[in-house]
Structures are given as C-alpha cells and as structure tokens.
Design a protein around this ligand. Structure first.
Ligand code: ZN
Length: 92
C-alpha cells in the first residue's frame, strides 16, 4: 500500500513537471535533480509516459500549425483541456 501511495504521489509530481520538461521553458527551468527524478520515473511509469506522449504530440501539432497560417485558439484550448483532464484525473 505504501508503495502504491508513493507511486501515486510521484505520478502527481511528475505530471505537473512533464510539460515544463518537454517545453524546456527558460522562464521556468527544472533543476537537474528534478530532471533526473522525472526521467527515472518516466522510465518505469506507463501512465506518465502516456502523458508525455500526449505533450509531444501537442508539440508536433503546434510546430506544424505555427509554420502555417497560425494556431486556431479553439483547437489549442481543446487539446489543453484534454491534457488537463489527464493530468488532473487523480485529484480528489
Ligand atoms: Zn507516473
């Protein structure tokens, strides 16, 4: 049980950092410790891998869209809403 709770807390911790990790946002960088903890978790956690995959898909879509006529804000909102659902699903 303790292991499961630890895993859930790590998932929650990781889910909140995956976007910053993939964005590599210079305004909100992860510490090297955070990065290695996150990568370690991603190596073992299928659920967080799914979240990371969704973020990567969003990134690809954004780079395609921004190379064209611009991003439809409503499409962006829909994707962001979907990601928020995944990220927040374990919030009680
Ligand atoms: Zn996880």
């Amino acid at each position: 049980m303790i292991g499961t709770l630890r895993q859930m807390l790590t998932c929650h911790w990781s889910a909140r950092r995956i976007q910053r990790y993939l964005d590599a946002d210079p305004a909100a960088p992860l510490t090297p410790g955070d990065v290695s903890r996150l990568e370690e978790h991603l190596a073992t956690c299928e659920r967080c891998n799914r979240i990371a995959a969704e973020h990567r898909a969003l990134h690809r879509a954004l780079s395609v869209w921004s190379g064209g006529t611009g991003v439809d804000p409503r499409s962006l909102e829909r994707v962001r809403g979907f990601l928020a659902t995944i990220t927040d699903e374990d919030r009680a």
